[in-house]
Design a protein around this ligand. Structure first.
Ligand code: GDP
Ligand code: CA
Length: 338
């Protein structure tokens, strides 16, 4: 062991941080913003993104993968800067026409440019291509600069159990999130199809063979949690030789954006950086209790948080601009020790 504080030796296998293999498990907006920082911090790195497909929904017979598209558009330069999802310079003519027909739902934003992506995806899936190949084909246009893999080629959908005037029932996550704005308490959040799903080709290897695995500040329940619900992925993260570092999406007891608190409540986890870190758990814990993290990055307002068995470091975690995001990524890499 080198003395405390001594510079770490550079591993012999590579001569620069820039060539590291990074694997990240990402949801939509929070994940995509963080990944933009990963690319800027490590322009030469070999980055694999395992994207959440639990948000996927079929509308108007179209296969829509919102989180994959958010990552693809954000890293490929096509994202709406204002909304953080969907396309820049978007129009909503088709959505307005559907409304004139009284054909819903009206709570899901389907832009005209975005529709082309869904048409291509739907056509390729119908022709028999798996989602991973469809995603690769879509990325040939967008060139996100990362290898974007869906968590699974099998259909997995996050559903939310609620009780409303129609009684106790499960609705699609998108309906709960967008139509109800997560305002009706979630009694349970279920990954329908996850138990029978297999990780998409390359997913487990990307985790096993990474130099560092990152959990961006994505929603711990319906983004990272959905990915981990695919059998084999959680074990791959637990067992990889690479260090695993997570970044808290919760700052000072609140999500930075969105309603992650409503999701955490549904699984009985407090909305705090500490509770989310402990929910992920430490890889140092033994047996069944073995978790996912070697390091947990929290915001400076959450300094003092502990996750037994994991190193916790506090840094400013607001991704206000690219420079701030790059600093977060660098802190995560430093914490990982690569
Ligand atoms: P979604 O699929 O579009 O909801 O996006 P993700 O699941 O990838 O990310 C959502 C999470 O990102 C939310 O829980 C936010 O708290 C978190 N988030 C958004 N912006 C920031 C930020 O600037 N800093 C941190 N630490 N978290 C953020
Ligand atoms: Ca999402």
């Amino acid at each position: 062991m080198p003395p405390k504080g001594a510079p770490r030796p550079v591993p012999a296998a590579r001569n620069s941080l820039s060539t590291v293999k990074v694997t990240a498990l990402a949801g939509g907006i929070g994940g995509a913003r963080f990944l933009r920082g990963v690319k800027a911090a490590l322009p030469e790195a070999d980055v694999t993104v395992i994207g959440n497909t639990g948000d996927d929904i079929v509308l108007h017979r179209l296969n829509i993968s919102p989180d994959l598209d958010t990552v693809m558009y954000t890293l490929g330069g096509g994202i709406s800067a204002e909304r953080g999802w969907g396309r820049e310079d978007e129009t909503f003519t088709v959505a307005a026409e559907l409304k004139e027909y009284g054909v819903g739902p009206d709570w899901f934003g389907l832009g005209d440019r975005d529709l082309a992506t869904h048409l291509v995806r739907t056509q390729m899936l119908a022709a028999g291509y798996p989602l991973s190949e469809v995603t690769a084909a879509l990325c040939q246009r967008w060139r996100p600069g990362v290898r974007l893999l869906p968590m699974s080629d099998d259909r997995v959908e996050t559903h939310v159990v609620i009780t409303d005037e129609q009684g106790r029932r499960a609705i699609h996550f998108q309906e709960w999130w967008l139509r109800l704005r997560a305002g009706v308490p979630a009694e349970a959040i279920v990954s329908v199809g996850a138990a029978d799903a297999k990780p998409a080709p390359g997913v487990v290897d990307a985790i096993a063979e990474a130099d560092v695995v990152l959990l961006p500040p994505s929603n711990p329940v319906v983004s990272v949690g959905s990915i981990l619900a695919v059998p084999g992925i959680r074990d791959a993260v637990r067992d990889t030789k690479a260090p695993v570092v997570g970044v808290s999406p919760i700052i000072g007891g609140s999500p930075v954006r969105g309603m992650a608190d409503a999701c955490l409540q549904a699984i009985g986890v407090e909305t705090s950086a500490e509770a989310v870190g402990r929910h992920y758990g430490s890889r140092a814990s033994a047996g069944e209790a073995k978790g996912l993290l070697d390091g947990w990055l929290v915001d400076t307002v959450d300094a003092g948080v502990t996750v037994p068995g994991a190193r916790v470091v506090a840094r400013p975690l607001l991704m206000t601009d690219l420079d701030a995001t790059v600093a977060i990524v660098r802190a995560a890499l430093e914490l990982s020790g690569v």
